[in-house]
Design a protein around this ligand. Structure first.
Ligand code: AP5
Ligand code: MG
Length: 225
């Protein structure tokens, strides 16, 4: 499908709500969209042992948020380097901004470059369901591809479909760290929600499976254009 007008989308949602899964479907269906997933960017910096990666590692392991100053520079640099800061750009952000401060700072940068967000979608999935999903999530770290032993299993058990390389568990997918991430999300989301509601671009999509959620997300993307 083609986007007729520039679409700049932020996907919000608790850890495990399916942001990465929905992003992939959007990218498959709308070829003009580019995506930046803050968690994937951080995991790549960590595996390359860059200075940002070294600073960020302990935050991810413990389920805390990486400081705003690091995140704002990291993601705005990504937007800049991928030439996405202009009025005709089409992109989606997964995982950034996730604090009120990050949202304000990002908006400032986007405003200066006539490339404001025009759609924010919060994925609302029952948090008991999320916990079960996380237990069976496996990932291919180099590409960010996401699998689930029940819902979206790899063709060969524990191997990536494309490269055949081994799948791994994310270090922050233990029950203890996961519950910390969930608590943090619930603390941060309310001011962000209010901020984007005031801007008139916030929408909520509910449902416990992607087959219910994805068509609603797609409808919003199309109706926004
Ligand atoms: P990040 O990588 O962004 O993790 P997250 O937000 O906690 O979200 P997840 O990636 O865990 O879940 P998801 O919503 O993408 O769900 P998925 O599609 O995989 O961040 C990690 C860490 O980085 C943070 O804790 C923090 O330390 C740091 N960080 C990142 N951004 C930051 C920022 N802006 N500021 C500060 N720190 C930051 O789906 C989950 C599972 O469910 C999968 O197994 C999937 O296959 C399965 N699934 C999906 N849909 C369905 C379905 N319909 N039915 C059944 N299973 C399903
Ligand atoms: Mg994700």
């Amino acid at each position: 499908m083609n986007l007729i007008k520039p679409t700049r989308l932020l996907l919000l949602g608790a850890p495990g709500s399916g942001k990465g899964t929905i992003s992939k479907r959007l990218l498959d269906n709308f070829k003009q969209l580019k995506s930046i997933a803050s968690g994937d960017v951080l995991r790549s910096q960590i595996s390359q042992k860059t200075s940002i990666g070294l600073k960020a590692e302990s935050y991810l392991k413990s389920g805390s948020l990486v400081p705003d100053s690091i995140m704002i520079n990291l993601i705005t640099n990504q937007l800049q380097n991928q030439n996405l800061l202009h009025s005709n750009s089409n992109w989606l952000l997964d995982g950034f901004p996730r604090t009120f401060n990050q949202a304000k700072e990002l908006n400032h940068v986007l405003d200066e470059n006539q490339s404001n967000l025009n759609l924010v979608i919060e994925l609302n999935v029952d948090q008991n369901i999320i916990l079960k999903r996380i237990e069976s999530r496996y990932v291919h770290l180099p590409s960010g591809r996401i699998y689930n032993l029940d819902y979206n299993p790899p063709k060969v058990p524990f191997k990536d479909d494309i490269t055949g390389e081994p799948l791994t568990k994310r270090e922050d997918d233990t029950a203890e760290v996961f519950s910390k991430r969930l608590i943090k999300y619930n603390e941060e989301i309310q001011p962000m929600r209010q901020y984007f509601q005031k801007l008139g671009i916030w929408h909520e999509v509910s449902g416990n499976t992607s087959d219910i959620i994805y068509p609603k997300v797609e409808k919003l993307v199309i109706s926004d254009i």
